[in-house]
Design a protein around this ligand. Structure first.
Ligand SMILES: [Ca+2]
Length: 426
């Protein structure tokens, strides 16, 4: 009986992790909140469960629980299920893709048919063997000419693993290598190795001018003794921030806190929790971010220069133990509201705006990958408000890590464990 129970617990685990990278406690078998069976009815919100935060209420009509809308039929093809903890995709020419594998920090070229060879060499110098963790990868805006790529990484060093770091190098596809790898930026401060897996942020978004936006998690960790909720509110560290850097990794010249004593010059916005989605809307040029909330209160934010996004002073969620975060308030003057939030959570892992012509009905859509939700979430946006929502890949019942729109207009998805999926019209 005991063995059976353990097996059942293990079977549930991949679906049951909270709005964070790793669980704080084992899930309870009786908790059916983890296994929603929503009724998808056109024009009606599909989320019928009560919010985690019982006294929560949206501050404007479109802020949560948008009506369900199915816009286009699609099919899903598994290109490969041989990857190991993939984290991010960047698109090369000829249907090829760069894919990062978080541990042990491999960067691979995956062909259009899903096949791939050995990991690229040249990045292993960033950390001792088996101590490298890779997160995002992005092509420089002038990649066609420069062949330059950027990526975020951790070095798993004893007792001081550091924060999220940004590096760059020159991709040599023929040699299967990245040449001249250089660390451009290291997040401050360095943190205990015990917090390695928790809340790193790590997403890269290139602006039109070639500058780099970089999301940084607040790294509050799994250990209460290290738990400092105020780090995201303090400007003397990079945690719980969106940063703005030059292509060389230096503070951008229009950053809001350059002249503020004690503030780190790379900071663009603050008061974020664990931002793992970061992308520009190609129609408006606005920068958007998704972040993991606590228990309840995952957020989609429009990122505006110098603003404070509130964590942990305001949140539409509550603490994992069920108590309030701080004063338990959801709004305060001077603190930004999310443009959209999820309560209960979906654990948003990534963010991509649709571009392309393969799915004309998705032209106003953005996609949010989810580690704890039903699949990926397609949102429809009008004038920076969310007006419709559609969970996709709901039958997969697996944690989804990255979602990207390819140059061919197909949507590509990484599962957290191993697979690369391609979504095309049906
Ligand atoms: Ca917030």
């Amino acid at each position: 009986m005991r063995k059976l129970l353990l097996a059942a617990t293990l079977a549930i685990l991949p679906l049951s992790l909270g709005a964070q990278e790793l669980p704080r406690a084992a899930p309870t078998l009786g908790d059916t909140r983890e296994f929603p069976d929503p009724k998808m009815v056109e024009g009606q919100p599909f989320e019928m469960r009560p919010p985690e935060k019982a006294d929560d209420a949206p501050l404007f009509k479109e802020q949560t629980r948008a009506p369900y809308h199915h816009a286009a039929d699609f099919q899903v093809t598994t290109l490969t299920d041989k990857l190991h903890l993939p984290w991010a995709i960047a698109f090369l020419s000829g249907g090829k893709m760069l894919v990062t594998e978080k541990f042990p920090g491999h960067l691979r070229i995956v062909n259009a048919d899903g096949s791939f060879g050995e990991p690229l060499t040249g990045i292993d110098m960033l950390a001792p063997a088996k101590k490298l963790g890779l997160l995002d990868v992005a092509l420089a805006p002038d990649f066609a000419k420069s062949r330059r790529i950027y990526f975020t990484f951790f070095a798993l060093m004893a007792d001081r693993n550091g924060n999220t770091n940004l590096a760059s190098g020159i991709l040599d596809e023929a040699a299967g290598a990245v040449h001249g790898v250089t660390v451009l930026f290291r997040g401050k401060p360095y943190e205990s190795v015990k917090n390695f897996s928790s809340k790193q942020g790590g997403r890269i978004a290139f602006a039109k001018d070639g500058s780099i936006f970089l999301s940084m998690g607040d790294r509050d960790g799994n250990i209460k003794a290290d738990y400092d909720l105020a780090l995201a509110q303090k400007l003397d560290n990079h945690m719980g921030k969106v940063l703005h850097l030059t292509p060389e990794g230096l503070p951008a010249s229009d950053n809001p806190f350059l002249k503020m004593p004690g503030a780190l010059p790379e900071i663009w916005t603050y008061g974020m929790r664990n931002p793992q989605g970061l992308a520009f809307d190609p129609r408006t040029g606005h920068l958007w971010e998704t972040e993991h909330g606590p228990r309840g209160g995952d957020e989609l934010n429009r990122i505006d220069r110098g603003k404070n996004y509130g964590w942990p002073i305001i949140t539409h969620g509550k603490d994992y133990g069920g108590g309030p975060i701080g004063e338990g308030i959801v709004a305060k003057p001077g603190l930004e509201q999310p443009q959209y939030y999820w309560d209960p959570v979906i654990a948003p892992s990534s963010l991509a705006f649709y571009r392309g012509t393969l799915f004309p009905k998705w032209k106003n859509s953005l996609f949010v990958g989810a580690l704890r939700g039903l699949g990926i979430y397609r949102l429809e946006m009008k004038a920076d408000k969310i007006v419709a929502e559609e969970p996709m890949l709901t039958d997969m019942k697996t944690r989804l890590r990255d979602v990207r729109v390819g140059p061919d207009g197909a949507v590509y998805v990484l599962t957290e464990q191993k697979a690369l999926l391609k979504i095309t019209p049906r």
